[in-house]
Design a protein around this ligand. Structure first.
Ligand code: FE2
Length: 114
């Protein structure tokens, strides 16, 4: 499927925005400490894992479904590793996690509009 010029423009605009926000989030939580960085990782990986899970539910059996399922499993494994590394002990974990998850879900929602 070909994308219209306006959709290509939005896509070209959004990708750098996601990159800047993603790097900023990583840097900010890293400055806050290891536990906050792990909390950030856990939140992001969970949302991405759920996104992949939703995509898998719409795919028929085949190579693409297997690939996305593998990605889902990997992201959820990364979440579990972050949890094992004390993500939930981060200061303000619930607020930080909710904030990051909302941001990720918003990014996914906006990307789906394109
Ligand atoms: Fe990951």
């Amino acid at each position: 499927m070909r994308k219209s010029k306006s959709k290509k423009f939005v896509l070209l605009f959004l990708l750098p925005v996601w990159r800047v926000l993603g790097v900023s989030l990583g840097v900010a939580t890293a400055i806050m400490g290891k536990k906050a960085a792990m909390a950030c990782t856990a939140a992001v990986e969970e949302v991405i894992g759920e996104h992949y899970k939703e995509q898998v539910s719409h795919l028929e059996d085949g190579e693409l479904r297997e690939t996305i399922s593998k990605f889902r499993d990997e992201e959820l494994e990364h979440r579990d590793i972050a949890i094992q590394h004390n993500a939930e002990s981060a200061f303000g974990y619930n607020i930080l996690s909710s904030f990051i998850k909302t941001g990720c879900k918003t990014a996914i929602y906006l990307s789906k509009l394109i």
